[in-house]
Design a protein around this ligand. Structure first.
Ligand code: SF4
Ligand code: SF4
Length: 59
């Protein structure tokens, strides 16, 4: 899994949790984190209002 949330930047707005089509983001203390259902589709990266989500590009 390449999707990563910067827990220092995330404000837990919940937008990514709502938008994820795979129900793959779970709220944790202080931030949100992907679970094993994440497909690295990139939708949450696009909608995060503060750019706290990054998905590593394939090398
Ligand atoms: S959309 Fe961004 S700021 Fe909002 S909960 Fe998700 S990672 Fe955090
Ligand atoms: S990359 Fe796609 S599947 Fe993974 S957490 Fe974000 S929206 Fe959900």
């Amino acid at each position: 899994m390449k999707m990563k949330v910067d827990s220092g930047t995330c404000i837990r707005c919940g937008a990514c949790v709502s938008v994820c089509p795979f129900d793959a983001i779970e709220a944790t203390d202080g931030s949100v984190q992907p679970n094993e259902k994440c497909t690295d589709c990139g939708i949450c990266e696009k909608i995060c209002p503060i750019g706290a989500i990054a998905i590593a590009k394939k090398v």
